[in-house]
Design a protein. Structure first.
Length: 159
């Protein structure tokens, strides 16, 4: 019987379990006296107003669906419309030259990522509703949780 050699693990590969990353790790606050702070504050305020409005619209539509006043296909279509509004939020952030400053790169990336997860939540749920897939509907809320986590993380840049 031939001997099987153990795989060779390069020295730079760690076999230690990964360390937990806390939500505020790697977040460097934007100094309050920085010109970037005012831009970031405006952007976050606009983002949070949009998020609040769109989540409110979602909740209204959800209640209509649950009450039977709206059918599933109409609700799925409404989710698609809400997703398009999140695209508008995304494009607003991408098109704002003031927001594209290198000093705001991480902050902007966090907010863009949050918007992507909001879109993923809405698109995933719409698709799952059309397919009648209750497991995928439930899983779509993971995207919502991640969007809210990233939105919370964005606030850390302005503390």
């Amino acid at each position: 019987m031939p001997l099987v050699e153990a795989p060779i693990i390069p020295a730079e590969v760690s076999l230690e379990p990964p360390q937990l990353v806390l939500p505020d790790d790697f977040v460097v606050s934007i100094p309050h006296n920085s010109p970037h702070y005012a831009v970031a504050s405006r952007q976050l305020e606009a983002f949070e107003m949009d998020a609040e409005r769109l989540l409110s619209d979602y909740r209204i539509d959800r209640k209509l669906l649950e009450s039977g006043a709206m059918d599933a296909e109409t609700f799925a279509n409404r989710l698609g419309a809400l997703e398009l509004q999140w695209w508008n939020v995304t494009y607003r952030m991408l098109d704002d030259g003031e927001f594209a400053n290198i000093g705001l790169l991480d902050f902007r990336a966090t907010m863009l990522s949050a918007a992507r997860h909001w879109r993923g939540f809405l698109a995933g749920q719409a698709d799952a509703i059309r397919k009648g897939d209750n497991v995928a509907i439930a899983k779509s809320f993971d995207e919502l949780a991640r969007a809210e986590e990233l939105q919370s993380r964005a606030r850390l840049y302005l503390r």
